[in-house]
Design a protein around this ligand. Structure first.
Ligand code: SF4
Ligand code: SF4
Length: 96
């Protein structure tokens, strides 16, 4: 039971001090270009908080995923922009 930080992490440092398990490690480029979660230490905050604290503070959609690789903050959850509208805008920009 552990979450994972993936490459879309922007190394903002917001999550690191909030982890009750000291499971989050800072980025150390080039070996570790983004923050990481130690799977052996992450408890998903069970017993400490109602919600995973890293997920609650992370400003980047999709940067933290569960064990199945599912985004904890899925597309549109933080920006309020529906994914299909975002895709349409990207397609429009690409077509210019
Ligand atoms: S879910 Fe909780 S314990 Fe796991 S890395 Fe995030 S803040 Fe730490
Ligand atoms: S809060 Fe999100 S973007 Fe910031 S360091 Fe943590 S995982 Fe990366």
């Amino acid at each position: 039971m552990a979450l994972e930080i993936i490459e879309s992490c922007v190394n903002c440092w917001a999550c690191l001090p909030l982890c009750p398990s000291r499971a989050i490690h800072e980025a150390r480029p080039p070996q570790f270009p983004h923050f990481l979660i130690d799977a052996d230490k992450c408890t998903e905050c069970v017993g400490d908080f109602a919600d995973p604290q890293c997920v609650a503070i992370c400003p980047i959609e999709g940067a933290i995923v569960d064990e199945l690789g599912v985004a904890m903050n899925p597309p549109g959850s933080l920006t309020g922009i529906p994914p299909e509208r975002w895709a349409a805008a990207q397609a429009e920009i690409a077509a210019r």
